[in-house]
Design a protein around this ligand. Sequence first.
Ligand code: 4AD
Ligand code: MG
Length: 435
Amino acid sequence: MTPDTPTVSDIFAGKLDSSHVLLRGWLHHIRSSGGILFLQLRDGTGIIQCTLKKDQTDAKEFERLSGLPIESTVEISGTVRKDPRAPRGYEIFGEKVTVLFPAEEGFPIAKKYHGPDFLLDNRHLWIRSPKLQAVMRVRARFLDEARRWLADHEYLEVQVPILVTAAVEGGSTLFEVKYFDQKAYLTQSWQLYAEAMICGVGKIFTVAPSFRAEKSRTRRHLTEYWHLEVEAPWLDLDGLIHLEEELVSHVCQRLRDQMPEELRLLGRDPEQLASVVSPFPRITYDKAVELIQKSRRDFKWGTDIGYEEEKILTESFDKPFFVSHFPKAVKAFYHMPDPKNPKVTLSTDLLAPEGYGEITGGGQRIHDFKLLLERIKEDDLKPDDYKWYIDLRRYGTVPHSGFGMGVERTVMWICKLEHIRDSIAFPRLINRIFP
Ligand code: 4AD
Ligand code: MG
């Protein structure tokens, strides 16, 4: 047995016009009408309709197939027929349907409304739905295109540990794990290791899980998420912003060209991505505060910009935009204070429009030994926990910057999803770790 038989996507690509094919897959839907069985076959590459005529099939066999439970595994032989009325322009004129593994009756997911908890309890089955199939394809293509762009611009893909001994983004969202006789944590970001690696291999990136023990239930927080992170030496805040906008533009234009069917199915008009081209608007934190204060007069300078405030900001932009120069107090210790105004940092978040908000966070890092030590102490962190990290400033320090992009946050925006849980196959949320 090999999985490399003709596929539904080969048919949709017009490669098998009028040929005789043998397709294998799952019975996605079945109905009969006027002596014809309409079977929708899902083979992992797409869903195609097959017709089977009663007068050309053994009567008993036709009867048996009419009652076949959905999700049964079947093999269908027939001829590919071009038909402009069919959803993707093709259907199969079936000759023989062989049932390989009949499914049990009562597949839990029916063609009716199910609540989110039910669908999450049955995620292992709901993952077969056209919606999640489309998201998984967009997500894979998104990562593919991001990797391609980074490789073309000479960024090297590297991997660093998930099990770590110190916080990157503050202690309140750390997951603690027992590491033999020691205490360890699941990492929040690759960043500290990335800063070590740039002195060896230069410009780098990773795609890896990050963990946040987020205690809040929101539409955009997972406890385990995938993080696309980039770090480079000789890069300042301005260069970083340019890098981010070029990468995001590239990915969005490719998805617009290559995934129109999937995007439309999810309710995202691919043409809406046409405006996502570099350069993106930039505002400072100060300007953001002004905009927020127009509708929230009590919002004070120095407060972190949360989801609700970001939503207000997104009303002023129809494409992604940068907010830069956040106050020192709302950003992690490693952010470089602005030499022109040390109350703020050379940091930047990229916010997606339409109410989605933050999809990346990053900035220029402190490369000065003394300044870094000061900031660590100022934030009540233990210099010993960051001993090796501080060491990097003693041996060949370099101005450098980087950012982290939430893969699910970005996919959620591109696919116009209502909740982050649908941008990942098996979401990990505050109240859910099963299935
Ligand atoms: O803004 P954050 O916390 O920045 C960092 O971790 C930096 N160390 C990254 C770097 O500079 N290399 O996280 C980066 C991004 C956010 O912008 C968001 O998109 C995503 O990670 N993110 C989450 N995504 C889903 N669920 C969560 N709980 C997330 N927390 C952050
Ligand atoms: Mg952030």
